[in-house]
Design a protein around this ligand. Structure first.
Ligand code: SF4
Length: 338
């Protein structure tokens, strides 16, 4: 089996919500209010093989963007380890740390918000490779031109500003900026969600072409199952900070095992139905400030049993070898159907 390019082990990320001034005063006056902890990601372990596209799916607020930011090095994990090419990135320093930082790049949902409006496109794309010595000044202009061509942008427009481009072109500029530092791994966080449907297909094709051409590996985060079905080799389903099922894309769409995955797929719009809106399943996703006991899905699960309210199910191979975090999949008796 190929060694993973990226591996995360038991990663958790918690944010402490501090009291504001009014809260601190109220606390001093005796009010029963405290700092709160948001459990955004809890004990997630994943590995991604070189050249693989791993789709990460879940409802809004499930922690998938936070996990993506931890993987991309934007947030430090509260616990756990992130390994790149077999080495814990927290233990790297100097040139090794810089190389790992450049090798992992993130593409954001809103390209406009992530592009400096005062910089020309050539500087947005070319600043980092020049600064990190990936290109010398004499070759810089041609380097920027090549990257622009790679993402389908006309290099003659490189002296323009980001606001002079369409939404799809701006996302291409964001992709070009990431490619300019010669990454091996891209974390794409809802990278096509803000684009028109017709443009989405073009950008998906671009991601796939770049994978072929440059041997890129992706963590592709999306709430849109129809997009993930097109692009991913494997899919991980996330619910309230935890991975609840992970499997090759064809298997998970043909035969979802976890009750949450089944509910998501039952509601998921398919491309051939020309619907995009994701219809949330019944009930609200619980607050990560106060996650339910046991299986976090139990308040919404039609199959919940007593054990589900008491014990957190572990992600592990179930009766047929599928990795799921559901007590029913790990029982010896057959589960009821959803
Ligand atoms: Fe439903 Fe229980 Fe499985 Fe959670 S562990 S998904 S509550 S059956």
């Amino acid at each position: 089996m190929t060694a993973p390019l990226v591996e995360i082990r038991d990663v958790s990320k918690r944010f402490v919500r501090r009291l504001d001034l009014a809260g601190r005063i109220a606390q001093r006056l005796g009010a029963d209010i405290h700092e709160e902890t948001v459990h955004a990601v809890e004990g997630v372990s994943l590995s991604i093989a070189p050249g693989e596209v791993l789709g990460l799916v879940g409802e809004s607020g499930c922690g998938k963007s936070t996990l993506g930011r931890v993987v991309a090095g934007i947030h430090a994990a509260s616990e756990g380890h992130m390994l790149f090419q077999g080495r814990d990135v927290a233990g790297l320093s100097g040139a090794e740390k810089r190389a790992a930082t450049l090798a992992i790049q993130m593409i954001f949902q809103d390209p406009f918000a992530s592009l400096n409006p005062r910089m020309r496109v050539e500087d947005i794309i070319g600043e980092a490779p020049l600064m990190h010595g990936l290109v010398i000044k004499a070759d810089w202009s041609g380097y920027v031109d090549d990257i622009m061509r790679k993402v389908g942008l006309d290099p003659s427009l490189k002296r323009r500003y980001a606001h002079q481009f369409s939404g799809g072109q701006r996302q291409r500029i964001g992709i070009a900026r990431a490619l300019a530092v010669q990454p091996e791994f891209l974390v794409c966080d809802e990278a096509i969600a803000a684009l028109d449907v017709s443009i989405q297909a073009q950008v998906i094709n671009l991601f796939m072409d770049l994978r072929e051409e440059l041997g890129l590996t992706y963590l592709f985060i999306s709430h849109d199952l129809s997009v993930v079905e097109q692009i991913a080799d494997r899919v991980a389903i996330m619910y309230l900070g935890r991975i609840v099922e992970i499997a090759p894309t064809e298997e998970i769409f043909a035969d979802p095992r976890h009750p949450y995955t089944r509910a998501l797929l039952a509601e998921a719009p398919r491309l051939d139905q020309r619907k995009r809106a994701f219809t949330p399943i019944e009930g609200e996703i619980p607050s990560p400030l106060d996650p339910p006991s046991g299986c976090a899905f139990h308040p919404r699960c039609p199959l919940a049993q007593d054990i589900c309210r008491r014990e957190v199910p572990v992600l592990q191979p179930g009766r047929d070898g599928r990795d799921t975090a559901c007590h029913l999949e790990h029982e010896t008796t057959a589960p009821q159907s959803a």
